[in-house]
Design a protein around this ligand. Structure first.
Ligand SMILES: [Mg+2]
Length: 332
């Protein structure tokens, strides 16, 4: 039996009623998660949408910010993943928690600017674009039925803010947040997996296997979600030494991106190594790296992020200040 199924059976990670309430994440962990995600996103910006072979031909092994060969952006700039994560962070700070109306107003304001081309398009997929249109013209519900990863890629701040809550509570808030733009169960399930993985990662000395298992359980709480795929994929990663590229299929869906995120984490638990694997993988590299960065940054804190990655990140000071405000908003 794969190790993660044993965990689920024996330990009932996170969902056991008698489990002690976890403590709040530290400021270093919240900064590590938000900046870790942003750095991963900006590193993956140069390779997003290219396959592994094209990445190697264009850059060799990517281990730093690069000017992309296929888009008009500068090295160190981040994409839609970070833009949406920061919007959610601002909404959480403003309302001192997830309050639908606050988030809705923020998203509506953003969607108007996006549709009117008052802000640059940082690489949104068709699902998000359609959801922004729905918001602006007042179509309700605005969420689009597509199994994409747009809800999972931005969700880390919810996991951080509600880290001391049971996974069931985190998943309820995730669902409410995700539905504004994404209504497909696979999309919501992927977001639950990442939010709960981030929350569990903030617990002291937590093993990576426990984080992954908790993420899969959270994904499993959504009917029609991605948990069956995650379990099969992880058993392949765990039960062979085959290269990850042969086991995991690159893609842009919640299934593919969260699967690759957990697959890489199962083999690489070091922030720098795991992010490098993600940005060189091919496909939706910025989203894999952003999710991985949010989880390992939450686990290890800001100190795990290489200094040159922090220094080269677009708007690093603003992002760090927002992370600090999120930490303060959660204090009693
Ligand atoms: Mg992106």
């Amino acid at each position: 039996m794969p190790f993660f199924l044993q965990w689920i059976k024996k330990k009932q990670i996170g969902f056991a009623a008698n489990r002690e309430r976890p403590s709040l994440p530290t400021q270093e962990q919240i900064q590590g998660s938000i900046l870790g995600a942003a750095c991963g996103d900006a590193l993956g910006m140069a390779t997003e949408g290219l396959n592994r072979q094209k990445i190697q031909e264009s850059y060799g092994w990517v281990a730093d910010y690069r000017k992309p060969v296929h888009r008009t952006k500068n090295a160190g700039q981040w994409t839609d993943d970070t833009e949406q994560m920061l919007l959610l962070t601002e909404a959480l700070i403003e309302a001192k928690g997830f309050e639908f109306q606050t988030y809705y107003i923020k998203m509506l304001e953003f969607a108007r600017k996006f549709i009117n081309q008052e802000i640059p398009n940082r690489g949104y997929g068709p699902t998000s674009k359609k959801a922004f249109q729905n918001l602006v013209v007042g179509i309700s519900p605005s969420g689009v039925y597509s199994p994409s990863c747009g809800a999972a890629m931005k969700i880390a701040p919810l996991g951080l803010f509600y880290a001391d809550n049971p996974p069931e509570t985190i998943c309820q808030v995730v669902r409410e947040c995700a539905l504004l733009t994404h209504s497909h169960p696979e999309s919501i399930s992927g977001a639950c997996a990442i939010a709960v993985a981030v929350a569990v990662a903030t617990r002291p000395n937590v093993p990576i296997a426990e984080i992954i298992t908790a993420g899969i359980e959270a994904a499993d709480s959504i009917e029609g979600g991605i948990a069956p795929h995650l379990k099969i994929m992880l058993s392949k990663v765990q039960n062979s030494n085959t290269a990850l590229q042969k086991v995991l299929k690159a893609g842009f869906s919640a299934k593919a991106t969260v699967g690759i995120c957990f697959g890489i984490l199962a083999r690489f638990a070091n922030y720098k190594e795991a992010v490098e694997q993600a940005i060189n993988f091919g496909g939706d590299t910025d989203s894999y790296a952003s999710m991985i960065g949010s989880i390992l940054g939450a686990k290890e804190g800001i100190a795990c992020i290489p200094a040159r990655w922090l220094e080269g990140l677009e708007a690093k000071d603003r992002i760090q200040a927002l992370a600090t405000q999120l930490y303060r908003a959660r204090l009693p």
